[in-house]
Design a protein around this ligand. Sequence first.
Ligand code: PEP
Length: 254
Amino acid sequence: MRKRIAAGNWKMNLTATQAQSLTSELVQIAKDEYTGQGLVILAPPAPYLPLVHHLIKDARNFFLSAQNMHQEESGAYTGETSASMLTSVGATYTILGHSERREYFGEDEALLAAKTNKALAHGLKPIFCVGESLSEREAEQTLEVVKKQLSGGLFHLSAEQFAEVVVAYEPVWAIGTGRTASPEQAQEVHQYLRTLITDHYGSAVAQETSILYGGSVKADNAREIFLQPDIDGGLVGGASLKSRDFAEIIKALG
Ligand code: PEP
């Protein structure tokens, strides 16, 4: 059975005190109200990784993720964070290829393939994001775009390596805009991604791959999105910053 996952990407938000309160509240609510088998992955800003790790380490099914990672082992890369630094503070996942990284930091397929290799070499599981812009959707290029991103970033991996990856479909036009893909629009792309994975790695691997939807997932729309057969949970930005809202999204995993 592939894993169902609610991942919270806090982006560049919150003070340490706020991060502490949010994490403690979430752990408590999940303990009291969530009995399902879904995984909860928190991706705080890098300085708060040790703090959040400390607060979730004994919580059932909670995991820590970075939001990004450098592709080199170590060295003169001022301001960057390496895979071994992330694992040393308890991270087991890292988001890679978020559209904000692609757009504002020029991350392309070759760089993301290198980051993926480095993450996996250190036992960090990538949450690898793909998704089209509004103009690409309007030009009916969605499937072509996500195919290029998925294959360019990941299809050099062995099946064994690919089995460690979580894929996230995040249409750029739906991120932080309050505009969500309809469950049917999202399902169409998720199904296509799973078909691509089947064609490349075979059906056993594809059926075990968790594919998350991201783009304005909220407490009140999570359930219908997560009901789609190829959607295994969500990568959530804004709504992951409020414990009650994110807890409802966790519960929507079932
Ligand atoms: C994201 O940052 O990955 C995201 C999906 O953001 P939001 O939920 O705010 O649209």
